[in-house]
Design a protein around this ligand. Structure first.
Ligand code: PLP
Length: 388
């Protein structure tokens, strides 16, 4: 047995691994578990994208190594997508990097820009993979609380000024996992102002960019004047096109950050299979009707869940985007205790808020990745517990 490196040992423990184990145990015992705990899209990839992959897989040119930094046509498709969807102009040569999914870019970026001990600002609660990138870069993480009273947006005035002076990098994510909050133009403007003042690079994780409710299309950070000068946005096809298993995304924005990402990736991998790049370009360039339909599906599921829970007396607020609802747990329970209670008594799995950071305590995250019928059944089972 070989011992692991200190770096590997320093990585954060996977909080949700124990939840997955618990759920599997209930399933193995034959219980009908409604799993609302995970974030895996339940719908298939649209047909036209799958067909493009099938065709492209048969092309011998795609059987060779792809160019190191990805195919130009995919970068151009990302540029077309940003111009069409957000009115943002990008240079395909300098302002786009192809990624093996959003997670790869998010984990790579601290290593691209930080030296050991450098400070990075990370939202709490937040997507746990941010912590992995911070640990791999041996950076110093300062968390920014996201609270309901501030619409789950960080309040920059509350960050310790010494931390702010030292910080080189900041992660943001709207529509937000886990809270379902969205950003306002004013908040993004304030972010650009702060970054200019403190020489900070902003990384906006736009994983849920396609999912916004009540007629509100989520804002791209790059729509904010000056954003490209101080940061990048990470986009993934995982959620927008139900392509989570395909592992494809891209980063767009500041050319020096894009160059740093491409340099690190040159050392880590050769680019994605050409067939997947062709299919990803098809997804970005073709009609976006499938995206509108998907957004409508999530919105109707949100309505079923939130209206249902409110009707049984659970005082929950409605997410504005993403495919998660962030529900306050009843008093007397920690988030983990309440998640265990729901699993044990109602065979419903939810993600305890504490798994997303200290400020996640007091909430559970519920995914909108099950059918109307299953969500209605979940509401019925919760009603039968008679706790509200
Ligand atoms: N960012 C957030 C907030 C997410 O929730 C996820 C996936 O769950 C990702 C990024 C990464 O997605 P992918 O690596 O599939 O692109």
């Amino acid at each position: 047995v070989f011992s692991q490196s200190e770096l590997l040992n320093s990585l954060p423990k996977q909080f949700f691994a124990s939840l997955v184990k618990k759920v599997s145990r209930y399933v193995a015992e034959g219980h009908d578990v409604i799993n609302l705990g995970q974030g895996n899209p339940d719908q298939p990839t649209p047909d036209h994208i799958v067909k493009k992959l099938q065709e492209a897989a048969a092309n011998p040119l795609n059987h060779k190594y792809s160019p190191f930094q990805g195919h130009k046509y995919l970068k151009q498709a990302a540029v077309n997508f940003y111009a069409r969807e957000y009115g943002v102009d990008l240079d395909p040569e300098k302002e786009v990097a192809i990624l093996f999914g959003g997670k790869a870019g998010l984990v790579e970026i601290p290593q691209c820009l930080l030296n050991p001990g450098d400070t990075i600002l990370v939202p709490d609660p937040g997507y746990p993979d941010y912590w992995s990138g911070v640990a791999l870069a041996q950076a110093n993480m300062v968390t920014m609380p996201l609270t309901e009273e501030n619409d789950f947006l960080p309040v920059y005035e509350n960050i310790d000024s010494a931390d702010l002076d030292k910080a080189k990098l900041m992660f943001l994510n709207y529509p937000n996992n886990p809270t379902g909050a969205t950003a306002t133009p004013e908040f993004f403007e304030k972010t650009v102002e702060l970054a200019n003042k403190t020489n900070l690079c902003v990384v906006h994780d736009f994983a849920y960019g396609a999912i916004g409710f009540d007629g509100q299309k989520p804002l791209s950070f790059l729509q904010t004047p000056g954003a490209k000068e101080i940061g990048i946005e990470i986009y993934t096809l995982s959620k927008t096109f139900n392509m989570a298993g395909w592992r494809v995304g891209f980063a767009v924005g500041n050319p020096s950050v894009i160059a740093a990402l491409e340099l690190l990736q040159d050392h880590l991998y050769v680019s994605i299979f050409g067939g997947i790049q062709e299919a990803a370009a098809e997804a970005l360039n073709a009609s976006q009707e499938c995206v509108t339909e998907l957004n409508n599906l999530y919105e109707s599921r949100r309505n079923v869940l939130i209206n249902g829970l409110q009707s049984i007396g659970w005082n929950v607020t409605s997410p504005k985007g993403s495919f998660f609802a962030w529900l306050k747990v009843p008093s007397g329970y920690t988030s983990e205790e309440f998640a265990d209670f729901l699993l044990e008594k109602a065979h419903i799995a939810v993600a305890p808020g504490i798994g997303f950071g200290t400020f996640g305590e007091g909430y559970v995250r519920v995914g909108l990745l099950s059918s109307h019928e299953r969500l209605e059944e979940a509401v019925r089972r919760i009603q039968a517990l008679d706790i509200f």
